[in-house]
Ligand binder design. Structure first.
Ligand code: IVH
Length: 693
């Protein structure tokens, strides 16, 4: 038994129990003061007093490291850098919002909601659309245990260590009876004031400044070294919920946010419950007027049908809910001149006229190029070289030329002439009847631009994820005629790579290793990687799920393709045409022959799910699996992970140092598994076969 050298009071603190109690008291006091300071903006004690308590706690923890509590504020300073961010599968996917811009869009939204609910009036929760990053915070039994970015909506990155540094986020919820599991969703952002201070520091240090608070927040959150994040002041507002276990779901969105306030979570005060389109618009105009005075950046407001049962009735279309709408402010606009109009060739051969502009600062970044979309747009807007134009940039989207200013047109302004031959490969540019987009007819075989685009897409993170094979390397590989198709990537060797610029042996080896590793992929990734027009990531997933194997997809008729969720006639035709082309079929075969493989048979769903319908509680430290890995395994086997043991628990998986949950399981006579037994659940009696021997 150790005794603290410096005890905060005069009484002797002898037992571990006493010390623990003292720590608990200090942690609880400090967390309450932090809440008053960071969430309520109403400090409850002087800073010096807070610092004193903080130091007492630090001393106790230093003397008794084994007693350090999970919600201690001393851990907010960041820790050793991580090698990488782990992937986190969201318990419930994180969706996005549909956008509205005009009063008409809002009236239509209100009408559709009322039609969907068969109601005359509709009640909405209106709030701000924060310009930051969506985050999921997981609390288990009231303790903050994990934070994950939105990622692709289904899986994100584990940024727990970074999120812990955000003082406004409680490490323990204020509740005597917290839910077993609560996923709090909200936005991480940087206040305008903190952004200005950060950029001042960057300037002073001779470092690059951030373009806007959103980029600064994103850059701070994506630090593998959480000590850097700790030096950047980030804020958070809660606005949504994911998994909830062990508590009743509130009846409305406004009640959810009220509950969050009670739990000590930061919720933005700028919110209201309003009725019908008129109420929505009044909220929008009020916020719009006060926007410059708000301490953070917003890009609009968000409307959500208030009652949660009504939200459920309305449901979702694709990745966005029918019950919510983001009402965006008009994008930011500036004036500049058009220096030149050139064309770019995209991955699918699409020819896009691009305006080269005199540099102009719009919405936080310097813009030198803006898309003109297509030839018809250039004519419709009558944009000429030499014109003064309005350039718009909204959020992350590509800047665009909105209109020219007629009174500023110079005498010698030149009209744009669409080239008849591709500027990259000289093949004819063809514009099929009825289509807005002209395309280079060279295809990826003849046209270097399309070849590059196809390769960059193939190697991209959501496709075959070949780290190190970025734009610059692809550029060189194509320019030097080293490779022409993705399949040829797998024939690359050290000699071919090291002749390239900036390619030392070490980085060449890394790229080669990444290329090798990419052979082991999944069917949805592979389909997406092919770069079939109109077949994005979610379509690729739907196709993989529907057909289960590549051959069935390759041989599908248009009618069969139309059976797939979310596939309409245009998409079906595009996929059909793609596989009807013998060159594409040949490339697929070459990729398979090169060793690219995946498990077929509709992925995990095809196997027998040994934990289907079972509720599993994880406790203690497992010998090899992280908490996340164990959770993912359970979910893949069809089971659900719960945070607390009850009669409904099917199994408790216990590792070392398992505490009260294990005891409770024993009391209730619930089956207890070890890691090996859990791993055994993963083995599917799947009919899935590897398509490559
Ligand atoms: S709700 C199911 N509420 O907007 C709806 N999102 O386009 C899920 N955002 O990724 C989102 N403020 O990053 C919601 N008050 C708010 C928001 C908000 C900003 C962002 C969020 C999300 C994106 C959706």
């Amino acid at each position: 038994m150790t005794t603290a050298n410096h005890t905060p009071s005069a009484q002797p603190q002898n037992t571990e129990q006493d010390i623990l109690q003292q720590m608990q008291q200090l942690v609880s006091q400090l967390n309450q003061h932090a809440h008053a300071y960071y969430v309520l903006d109403n400090p409850s004690i002087p800073d010096a007093e807070y610092d004193k308590l903080f130091r007492q706690l630090q001393e106790l923890e230093a003397a008794h490291p084994s007693l350090v509590l999970p919600d201690t504020p001393t851990q907010r300073v960041g820790g050793a850098p991580l090698p990488q961010f782990e992937q986190v599968t969201h318990g419930i996917p994180m969706l996005s919002l549909n956008n509205g811009f005009s009063e008409e869009d809002i009236a239509n939204f209100d009408r559709r909601v009322k039609e969907g609910l068969d109601a005359v009036n509709a009640s909405y929760a209106a709030e701000l659309k924060f310009d930051g990053l969506a985050i999921n915070l997981r609390y288990e039994n009231g303790i903050f245990v994990q934070a994950a970015t939105r990622g692709d909506g289904a899986t994100g990155e584990d940024v727990t260590a970074n999120i812990r540094t955000i003082n406004a986020i409680p490490l323990r919820l204020f509740s005597a009876n917290p839910p077993a599991v609560l996923d709090v969703r909200g936005e991480v952002l940087m206040l305008k004031e903190d952004f200005a201070k950060l950029n001042q520091r960057q300037r002073d240090a001779g470092q690059k400044e951030f373009a806007n608070p959103r980029n600064a927040a994103a850059g701070s959150l994506r630090q593998l070294d959480s000590r850097i994040t700790a030096q950047r002041t980030l804020s958070f507002f809660a606005y949504g919920i994911g998994v909830l276990e062990g508590a009743e779901m509130p009846a409305s969105h406004s009640a959810l946010l009220d509950w969050y306030v009670e739990l000590g979570l930061p919720v933005c005060k700028e919110r209201a419950v309003v009725q019908n389109a008129e109420g929505l618009l009044a909220f929008f105009h009020d916020i719009g007027q006060r926007r410059p005075q708000l301490p953070y950046e917003i890009d609009g407001v968000v409307y959500k049908v208030n009652k949660l049962d009504e939200q459920n009735t309305l449901g979702f279309v694709s990745r966005a809910p029918r019950y919510a709408l983001a009402h965006k402010f008009p994008a930011q606009e500036e004036l500049t001149t058009v220096l030149e109009i050139e064309v770019q060739v995209g991955r699918t051969g699409a020819i896009t006229p691009v305006a080269r502009l005199a540099p102009v600062f719009v919405g936080g970044v310097t813009v030198t190029n803006a898309t003109l979309h297509n030839e018809d747009e250039v004519r419709r807007k009558d944009i000429r070289i030499g014109d003064t134009v309005i350039v718009r940039r909204a959020g992350d989207v590509i800047p665009e030329v909105v209109a020219h200013v007629p009174e500023r047109r110079p005498q010698d302004a030149q009209e744009f002439v669409m080239p008849t031959a591709c500027p990259v490969c000289a093949s004819a540019i063809i514009k099929p009847e009825g289509e807005a987009i002209a395309r280079c007819s060279g295809g990826a075989i003849r046209c270097g631009a399309q070849r590059k685009g196809a390769l960059i897409h193939f190697a991209s993170r959501r496709a075959l994820d070949i780290e190190g094979l970025g734009e610059q390397l692809v550029e060189q590989l194509v320019e030097n005629n080293i490779i022409t198709t993705p399949a040829e990537l797998y024939t690359l060797g050290l000699v071919k790579l090291t002749v390239l610029d900036r390619m030392a042996e070490k980085s060449a080896n890394n790229v080669l290793a990444a290329i090798q590793a990419s052979k082991n992929t999944t069917l949805p990734r592979f389909i997406y990687a092919l770069g079939i027009r109109h077949a994005g990531e979610s379509t690729a997933k739907a196709l993989a799920k529907h057909f289960g194997n590549l051959d069935a997809l390759m041989n599908a008729t248009q009618e069969q393709l139309l059976q797939v969720a979310d596939v309409g006639p245009v998409v079906a035709k595009s996929i059909f045409d793609y596989f009807a082309d013998p060159l594409n079929r040949e490339m697929v075969e070459q990729l398979r022959a090169a060793g690219v493989h995946w498990v077929e048979g509709a992925q995990e769903e095809a196997g027998v799910q040994l934990l289907a319908g079972k509720t599993i509680v994880l406790t203690g430290t497992l010998p090899t699996l992280s908490r996340d890995a164990a959770r993912e395994l359970v979910e893949k086997a069809g089971g659900k992970v719960s945070g607390s043991v009850s009669k409904k628990t099917s199994y408790v998986v216990a590792g070392s140092d398992a505490g009260s949950k294990l005891e409770k399981a024993q009391e209730l006579g619930i089956a207890i598994l070890d890691e090996a037994q859990l791993l055994a659940m993963r083995r599917r009696r799947s009919t899935g076969r590897r398509n490559v021997k």
